[in-house]
Design a binder for this molecule. Structure first.
Ligand code: HEM
Length: 426
């Protein structure tokens, strides 16, 4: 018999408010893992989706990329009507942006290969000193605001932005504009973040996204011109601009998809994670004291913040053939949700999954995904987050919440957008 989720659970797993709340989405996925871990859902206004709530199933689906592909359906979940409009706007494609997460097979391999050598742990190590210099700038900026700041808005949004833009080769003066466009892109459902700063229906949100995408394309068209005229092998955008596949430059949609995913996924995720890390520290003086006494635990702290926040809430896959999976009959064309937050709270893998712990060894979270699409920027993300804590923690004597933190309202990329803190200087 087909395992099926209730309408209430079906609606909750796509509800941006549930992710903003945090506890509500965790409670829903805990029930799903317990009662129907691989089941069909039918949220109102959405097509049927399978929900793979367990850690093992997320990994298995990601690994079998031939059977569970990123295309042809949208790589993130959206209402059926929105998907129809996207297909109309793109001439038949399901994603507004044709980035690495929207393609499979040979095209994906060729595109991924363009940046892969520049983001290995060895390659990233070469920029460590530059990242540390950037971290110090933002630490000083925070200290100058003592005794209080909104760590999300004042530090966490800006530091990863500076890091990724310097790696991409984007001029510093353009950063506020790109931050605004990224927040519009990932915060389309959040009136504080979206383009028109209003409560928006899915159709209105899509309309705003189309405009934001047009701005991003106009901005990055200039990068192609600039880097083809003056190539710079140290700038990732130059590698993208000058890359060829079978002797041809990337197509317009491939170029734009690449610039946009690197520039946007490259900082919002990391910003969310460090903001979440600060939230935890402000509530846990024991952790703060332990990290100060044991700086060698900062790497474990960083890894646990990635699991804890899981800033990318899901990606989607489409079955390319009929198959049996987890005892269920999956049909060719079926749409499957990989909810990373649920996988990262799976009781079968994590002891006491709702506790933040420095002692998870190994920490087997899947917040960076798994398999051929595993996050291309994971080593950069780890490096920059570890360095921020290494630079910041010795400078603080205390940290506590100075108000109530708040998360962005989104079912895709979501994390704290406000973390008001009061801190003492060491
Ligand atoms: C804490 C920070 C980050 C998290 C949690 C995160 C998470 C993810 C996840 C879940 C995926 C999809 C993986 C899959 O389908 O298996 C992904 C893909 C990707 N990420 Fe990240 N990411 C982070 C930081 C970054 C950074 C700093 C960059 C900068 C370059 C980046 C660039 C990308 C790209 C290009 C992809 C597409 C890879 C592909 O489809 O082959 N990410 N990320």
């Amino acid at each position: 018999m087909t395992a099926t989720l209730s309408t209430e659970l079906s609606n909750t797993i796509v509800d941006p408010f549930a992710y903003q709340d945090g506890d509500r989405i965790d409670a829903a996925f805990t029930e799903i893992r317990r009662t129907a871990p691989f089941a069909r859902a039918k949220p109102d206004e959405y097509d049927h989706i399978w929900v793979a709530s367990r850690h093992a199933d997320v990994m298995e689906i990601e690994k079998r990329a031939g059977l569970f592909a990123n295309s042809p359906r949208s790589s993130t979940v959206s209402p059926a009507a929105t998907q129809d409009i996207v297909r109309f706007l793109t001439g038949g494609e399901s994603n507004l942006i044709r980035s690495l997460v929207a393609v499979d097979g040979a095209e994906h391999k060729a595109l991924r290969g363009i940046l892969f050598p520049a983001v290995t742990p060895m390659a990233i190590k070469r920029i460590e000193e530059n990242v540390r210099r950037i971290a110090r700038t933002y630490v000083e900026r925070m200290l100058a605001m003592a005794p209080e700041c909104d760590f999300a808005e004042d530090v966490a949004f800006w530091y990863p932005l500076r890091v990724i833009m310097s790696v991409l080769g984007v001029p510093e003066e353009d950063e506020p504009y790109l931050l605004k466009l990224t927040q519009e892109l990932f915060g389309a459902a959040d009136p504080e973040m979206n383009r028109d700063k209003k409560e928006a229906s899915p159709a209105e949100a899509l309309q705003m996204l189309v405009q934001t995408n047009a701005d991003l394309e106009a901005y990055f068209a200039k990068a192609t011109e600039r880097f083809r005229a003056n190539p710079d092998d140290a700038a990732l955008n130059s590698l993208i601009a000058n890359a060829t596949i079978d002797g041809e430059y990337l197509t317009h949609r491939q170029l734009m998809g690449y610039y946009i995913i690197a520039a946007t996924a490259g900082h919002d995720t990391t910003s969310n994670t460090v903001a979440g890390g600060m939230w935890v520290l402000a509530e846990r003086p024991d952790l703060f004291a332990r990290l100060k006494a044991e700086p060698e635990s900062i790497a474990a702290f960083t890894e646990e913040t990635v699991r804890w926040v899981t800033p990318v809430k899901h990606f989607m896959r489409t079955a390319t053939a009929d198959t049996e999976f987890a005892g269920q009959q999956v049909k060719e064309g079926d749409y499957i949700m990989l909810p990373y937050q649920s996988a990262n709270r799976d009781e079968a893998v994590f002891d006491d999954p709702f506790a933040f712990s420095l002692d998870r060894k190994p920490n087997r979270h899947v917040a960076f995904g798994y398999g051929p699409h595993v996050c291309l920027g994971q080593h950069l993300a780890r490096l920059e987050m570890r360095i921020l804590w290494e630079e910041l923690l010795p400078r603080l004597s205390s940290i506590e919440l100075a108000g109530t933190p708040e998360r962005t309202r989104s079912n895709f990329v979501c994390g704290p957008k406000h973390v008001p803190v009061r801190f003492g200087l060491a």
